[in-house]
Design a protein around this ligand. Structure first.
Ligand SMILES: CC(C)(COP(=O)(O)OP(=O)(O)OC[C@H]1O[C@@H](n2cnc3c(N)ncnc32)[C@H](O)[C@@H]1OP(=O)(O)O)[C@@H](O)C(=O)NCCC(=O)NCCS
Length: 371
């Protein structure tokens, strides 16, 4: 038995949810470019869960269902208040809050398909409320209750800032949510599938997935991109900074990808938004700096920018705290995780690979007194 490090190139499951073929990403066969330009996030979530695009009335009913379930139990809000939020990372709080939501869901361990679909709606709805509540509580403000009759993107910004957002802000968040919703068998989705393949519950699968997304090699990269841009400070410092990082064999966050070789098809949409939003807010230096870094890394390392690279300056331009970038990724990707969990349950087999043994040959046990 020979191990494949990082499971690179290993095909671990069949799926009908999203595909990456020849550097093109599709959700249920629909090109990400078309979805990014035309879809609402709710339409994409419906697509991922039902494997078809909704009619207008199906979409209206679906939006209504999500909107109805956005409030979270008061106990979860109280729990958030009990942390020292100056030291807790929001991804850690989100991981715990989602696990806690399971304790308040009477159907948490009901494994019928319809019950799992109802839990999917509740989780998708509540996760944005938790992220916004966390952000407000740590600013010493009261959480804002979700609004009825507005989109998921608009509701999130409303709950985060306590005021109606501008249309361009809603458009930016909606597009970011569409672009992050699913991505074949990425690390956190695989984590979710491994977890529920033991016939464990939806909340356990999503809690595990949040843990996987948190890492800097996965969703945690977007926050670190902004940290890097802030450290660089001014455009003229960008290339010397990158050269030094590369000389020290450090990775440049937001660059490279395990699957894409010629470029991440999501990045160009975020780049366009970054250009528009940084111009609008008079912060073009973040965009200009990003473009310089992207072309330097492409030329010198042959690596493309990934989804996290330009999302950083997009969220920053919207005035969002940098450590909320990855929780926003989670708010979107939970839709993909839930789709994959439902797919895994529908045709389940325990996921249990093997390891190549590289330890010592059989050893004689020595009693503790004789060691
Ligand atoms: C995404 C990522 C984890 C994919 O990793 P991977 O397929 O395992 O590739 P490896 O880490 O083995 O890298 C292969 C080579 O490219 C280099 N490389 C990969 N990403 C790099 C980056 N972001 N900056 C600099 N070098 C990088 C590695 O140093 C390695 O070089 P070497 O062969 O000379 O040692 C990796 O590109 C990365 O760490 N990127 C930064 C984090 C990030 O943006 N993550 C979000 C992904 S959507």
């Amino acid at each position: 038995m020979t191990a494949t490090k990082g499971l690179e190139g290993v095909v671990a499951t069949q799926s009908s949810i999203s595909s990456i073929i020849d550097d093109q990403l599709t959700y249920v066969g629909y090109k990400i470019d078309d979805l990014a330009e035309n879809s609402s996030f709710e339409e994409v979530v419906y697509l991922l869960w039902n494997l078809k695009l909704p009619t207008q009335s199906e979409l209206d009913a679906f939006k209504n269902e999500i909107s109805k379930h956005m409030e979270v139990p008061q106990a979860v809000i109280d729990h958030l208040r009990s942390y020292d939020l100056s030291t807790v990372h929001p991804m850690a709080a989100l991981r715990t809050a989602v696990s806690l939501l399971g304790l308040y869901d009477e159907e948490a361990d009901v494994m019928e398909e319809e019950a799992n679909k109802r839990k999917a709606i509740r989780l998708q709805a509540q996760i944005s409320t938790v992220v916004a509540a966390f952000a407000r509580i740590r600013q010493g403000k009261e959480p804002v209750k979700p609004k009825k009759g507005v989109s998921y993107a608009e509701n999130f910004l409303y709950m985060l800032n306590g005021k109606d957002p501008e249309p361009i802000e809603v458009e930016a968040i909606n597009k970011a949510l569409v672009l992050h919703a699913d991505h074949e068998l990425n690390a956190s989705t695989f984590t979710a599938r491994v977890c529920v393949a033991t016939e464990s519950d939806v909340y356990s699968g999503i809690t595990a997935a949040i843990g996987a997304l948190k890492g800097p090699l996965h969703g945690g990269a977007n926050e670190r991109v902004m940290k890097m841009l802030s450290e660089i400070g001014e455009e003229e410092n960008a290339i010397p900074y990158i050269e030094e990082k590369l000389a020290n064999k450090e990775k440049i966050m937001g660059m490279g990808h395990r699957v894409y070789r010629n470029g991440d098809p999501r990045a160009k949409h975020l780049q366009k938004m970054s250009k528009e939003l940084t111009k609008l807010t008079g912060q073009e230096k973040w965009y200009n700096m990003s473009v310089k870094i992207e072309s330097y890394i492409k030329e010198n390392k042959g690596l493309p920018a990934n989804v996290d690279f330009y999302s950083a300056s997009v969220y920053h331009s919207l005035g969002i705290d940098h450590d909320l970038f990855t929780p926003i990724f989670a708010m979107s990707r939970v839709s993909g995780w839930l789709a994959h969990i439902l797919e895994q349950y529908s045709n389940n087999r325990l996921i249990r690979p093997r390891a190549e043994w590289i330890g010592p040959n059989t050893q004689e046990y020595v009693a503790i007194n004789n060691r």
